[in-house]
Design a protein around this ligand. Sequence first.
Ligand code: MG
Length: 382
Amino acid sequence: MKTNRRNFIRTTGLLAIASTASIESVFATSAAFPSKNKKNGLSLSFVPHELQLKHVFTLANSSRKTTPDVLTKIDFQGYTGYGEASMPPYLGESIESVIRFLSKLDLNQFTDPFQIEKIMHYVDSVDEGNCAAKAAVDIALHDLTGKIMKQPWHNIWGFDKEKTPNTSFTIGIDTPEVVRQKVAEAEPYKILKVKLGRETDKMMIETIRSVSDKPICVDVNQGWPDRSRALEMIYWLKEKGVVFVEQPLPKTAIDDNAWLTQNSPLPIIGDEAVQRLADVKKAWGVYSGINIKLMKCAGMREAHQMLTAAKALGMKVMIGCMTETSCAISAAAQLSPNADWADLDGNLLISNDPYTGMEIKQGKICLTNESGIGIDVKEKLF
Ligand code: MG
């Protein structure tokens, strides 16, 4: 599906950017420092690509049917690595902020893409926050270097690709009719993930249980305000075959989350409370496990460090995602053989995925042998 670039700029409020730079420079090419400095340097390009959701997606506090997204690529000596920034609105990044951030970068100063540590330290130092924008650079660097080595990253990290977990399939908050329809659509999946945090919580679980006895994991997205009622609810959920509960209380309620984890009969997983590597230590003793997402932690390099740190602390690890294309999903899937659970269904929720990559077979993540992050380009957008 082709997007009319001028209309896209208008509808996404990018006119301010487009007025100070040509449209082609915003969309088609590299960052503010094109390859005039060093012809052997890395060349970064990016293009906005708004993701169309197949269903309206409802969480505890919001509903939406599109997700802003920016696709990136890094070219180097005939190789191309692909990356992506996906920006669900609650994380505070936007297409405008990602383009602004990527435009500040001078990747052309680097002539060795294998210096991922050095390059990402530089990217991190350009501005704080902007984690999805940083992930878009990091993922493209990993794809690029994996392609040069002719190895997929799960091999480079030494993971056993046969040990990938089943992925859960997310069911949003909806009417009983739609919930039953979504459970039917989730037929190939062995685990269901349910969004709770509203007054309809018991109805959601009972509706699913009326048509399915699959294990359920629950994501409350900070939607329960009271720890005692949360504990009561968790005991009820355990009776209903729930496996774990993700971010039941607000992330700022540290003592309450620790109390709940100590008393809960089910593992409590921190998601909104755990963004980057430094948060893993803070989560120890407060949560039983953490949900690692590339868009929160600035990409694969730090996600791998978080996975290692959490395992060393005896914590459970879940690899999660936003609504993303097969690019970021396949990148995250490279880590999944060492995770306890995976929630990597974000690419299945969109109708305009320009890539193919990791596949779900009988509910299980199947990694390809393609090098890098394991994707192929289905529709060339830049
Ligand atoms: Mg979550």
